[in-house]
Design a protein around this ligand. Structure first.
Ligand code: ADP
Ligand code: MG
Length: 240
């Protein structure tokens, strides 16, 4: 379980997070929605320990990652898969090399490695593209290869940063369905960050709205559109 308590983060005199409280339950998919520049990515980066908050606590399975040493932090980071906003594949590596990168410490045989890469690609609905380079892939395929690479690390938590932004409606649907099927198949706990309300309602059990540096509302996904919270209503109207 992840528990965030009273989290603050500023850059210079720009205050981004100012008192975020959030609990993420084991096995759920929770979506954080919010306007552009509200600090969604900053929050994800704090959760995974890529940014250090100014104040507040982040418990991952009971351990406060804001106070642990580097070695412990690295161990906790191994629990996480992070799907970056930009796909962040290694351009000079093939799809096979990109996905097997995270498995290199396991010292698997070539055959086993090939089998695993094939398996992870099948999870994201792709096959026979191991030899291709990222530049030869469409945006949607890059996203899916990145997701396959994330899964290869066998994460307990997957953080998705704007997984459908910039994709066409059909690919948005494919990625949305993938997030749902991965949660079922791998039994992971996921945090999705998006400003796409439709996809948020479909993938998640709960939806939290980040505004003015705080989580101002948390609703069961199916209730979001009927929320009586005025900030939620405003956000929905601004989006649709
Ligand atoms: N490393 C950084 N240095 C300075 N400002 C940053 C940094 N990262 C994010 N910010 C600022 O924090 C705010 C929130 O950014 P971000 O979390 O990326 O928003 P979003 O909700 O769109 O993901 C923005 O105003 C952004 O400019
Ligand atoms: Mg962002």
């Amino acid at each position: 379980m992840i528990k965030i308590v009273n989290l603050y983060k500023s850059f210079g005199n720009k205050v981004v997070l100012q008192g975020v409280d959030l609990e993420v339950y084991d096995g759920e998919t929770i979506t954080i929605i919010g306007g552009s520049g509200q600090g969604k990515t900053v929050l994800l980066k704090c959760i995974i320990g890529l940014l250090k908050p100014d104040k507040g606590k982040i418990f991952v399975d009971g351990v406060d990652i804001t106070t642990v040493d580097k070695k412990m932090l690295r161990n906790i980071q191994k629990k996480f898969g992070y799907l970056f906003q930009s796909s962040a594949l290694f351009d000079s590596m093939t799809v096979f090399e990109n996905i097997s990168f995270g498995l290199r410490h396991l010292r698997l045989t070539k055959e086993e490695l090939q089998r695993r890469v094939k398996l992870y690609l099948s999870y994201v609905g792709l096959k026979d593209i191991e030899h291709l380079y990222p530049s030869e892939l469409s945006g949607g395929m890059k996203k899916r290869v990145s997701l396959a690479r994330t899964i290869a690390y066998n994460p307990q938590y997957i953080l998705y940063d704007e997984p459908t932004t910039g994709l066409d409606p059909q690919m948005t649907e494919i990625i949305t369905d993938l997030i749902i099927s991965l949660q079922k198949k791998l039994n992971v706990t996921s945090i999705v960050v998006t400003h796409d309300i439709k996809s948020a309602i479909k993938v998640s059990q709960r939806i939290a709205l980040l505004a003015e540096g705080k989580i101002v509302a948390i609703e069961p996904a199916e209730n979001l559109l009927y929320s009586t919270n005025t900030i939620v209503q405003k956000f929905i109207k601004g989006e649709t």
